[in-house]
Design a protein around this ligand. Structure first.
Ligand code: COA
Length: 408
């Protein structure tokens, strides 16, 4: 039985900041952002967007054409959770009108809980092949104004339906794991921004990659040459290339620098123009690879390295299905990224510093460009979400269409 990704979709906020603007404001050479870390643009959520609205907008597209009764599990993966108790999956389940005979849960382990969600989903479907699992990974990467991490910020969500009818990718069950208690990046409950030891985090990322690969090799006997393409967790796009060259060196690969670059470069494009989206980042990289019009990936073997600070890593593989382009909806994703409105530096700071009141008093957010769902405000310490009327969901044609097709 083949199990894997039946559908996959992505959503990003309708606004972004050109890193040239940030470089000017921070008095930094733009080449440091553009060449040094490989970033050009970052998505910035408006005050009426959060991980729930981004996740629901992504999931709406992933569910197009999928029979909803088969979805009996929704897993929400995030490190920007909105509640310490209630799972974000429940809000998304409600916004999408999913059947009530459903299990809903939220998972956390920095940027890699989406990958654990994927492997839990594979196990669920292996036990009950008639069931499908909806995974929603959604995050807002916040490092603090003026910090070294600021130019790597971004936001976005990926939704995937995992089933025994994978149309996009069959995912292998073998995984190489590594866990070590380190403090490279964390966010105490009382902070809105992550604390990070950036240079140390790169070191432990690369060590986790080595350890995961070694574990994966022991389990499978696989070699580096078994894979045609690689997708890495991308805190910034240059990290993918750094990681790939590191692994290639360790494995004494005979491929040229150009060939190695071609194995990873297609997965970096969306990160470069969107920034980090924590749990969604690896899978935005996968979409970046799948959307490349010049590549025919049917049958291609893809190696994945998922990394979550703190830290845990996982290496695994997948095979792209024949006919994978059907239903990928690449044009909508390209339009979504292209049509983001450019913020001025001042507008970015205004969005960044906007905070919901913490006193529980009624508060309404101003309407911005969003997809089919938006955060309308807060009342009695509860976030209020609303569906956006079709004609007003300006940001995403795809989600507008999908909303129009969704049950009222
Ligand atoms: N032109 C071209 N490249 C330049 C440059 C310039 N003017 N100035 C610096 N660079 C290069 C540096 O040589 C370096 O490249 P290298 O890593 O290949 O040596 C790169 O740009 C970054 O410069 P650095 O001085 O190391 O940046 P920084 O101290 O501002 O921090 C991070 C970079 C990634 C550590 C920081 O963005 C961060 O903390 N990010 C968040 C955490 C993170 O992403 N962790 C990764 C693992 S999860």
């Amino acid at each position: 039985m083949k199990i894997g990704i039946e559908t996959i979709s992505m959503y990003v906020p309708g606004y972004g900041l050109d890193l040239r603007e940030l470089a000017k404001a921070r008095n930094v050479d733009y080449a440091k952002y553009h060449q040094g870390i490989g970033q050009e643009f970052m998505s910035v959520p408006s005050p009426d967007e959060d991980v729930i609205t981004m996740g629901a907008n992504a999931a709406l597209q992933a569910l197009e054409g999928v029979e909803r009764e088969a979805i009996q599990t929704v897993i929400f993966a995030t490190e920007s959770g909105i509640d310490q108790s209630k799972a974000g999956a429940i809000y998304i389940h409600h916004l999408l009108d999913l059947p009530s005979n459903c299990r809903t849960v939220e998972m956390k382990q920095a940027c890699c809980s989406s990958t654990s969600a994927l492997h839990f989903a594979l196990a669920t479907v292996a036990l009950k092949p008639e069931q499908k699992v909806l995974i929603v990974a959604s995050d807002e990467a916040r490092y603090g104004l003026g910090t070294a991490g600021e130019p790597t910020q971004g936001a976005g969500a990926v939704a995937m339906v995992i089933s025994a009818h994978p149309k996009v990718m069959e995912v292998d069950v073998d995984v190489g794991y590594f866990t070590e208690d380190v403090m490279d990046f964390w966010r105490p409950n009382y902070l809105d921004e992550a604390l990070v030891d950036g240079k140390y985090s790169i070191k432990v990322y690369l060590n986790a990659l080595e350890q995961c690969w070694n574990h994966y090799q022991q389990a499978t006997g696989a070699i580096f040459e078994d894979f045609d393409h690689f997708c890495y967790h991308l805190p910034f796009s240059r990290m993918g290339l750094k990681a790939h060259l590191h692994l290639a060196r360790q494995e004494k690969s005979s491929l040229s620098a150009r060939e190695l670059q071609q194995q990873v470069e297609p997965s970096l494009h969306y990160n470069r123009i969107n920034g980090n989206a924590y749990t969604a980042s690896l899978y935005i990289g996968l979409l970046s690879l799948l959307d490349q019009p010049q590549l025919n990936l049917e049958g291609a073997r893809v190696g994945f390295f998922s990394y979550g600070s703190g830290c845990m890593g996982a290496f695994f593989g997948g095979t792209v299905m024949a006919g994978y382009r059907e239903g990928l909806n690449s044009e909508a994703r390209i339009a979504l990224l292209r049509d983001r409105r450019r913020l001025s530096y001042e507008e970015y700071e205004e969005f960044y510093t906007h905070a919901l009141p913490e006193n529980g008093h009624a508060y309404r957010t101003r309407r911005h460009r969003t997809g089919a769902f938006r955060l309308a405000g807060v009342e009695n310490h509860q976030r209020i979400y609303e569906r956006v009327p079709v004609q007003m969901a300006a940001h995403s044609d795809a989600s507008t269409r999908a909303y129009a097709a969704a049950p009222a």
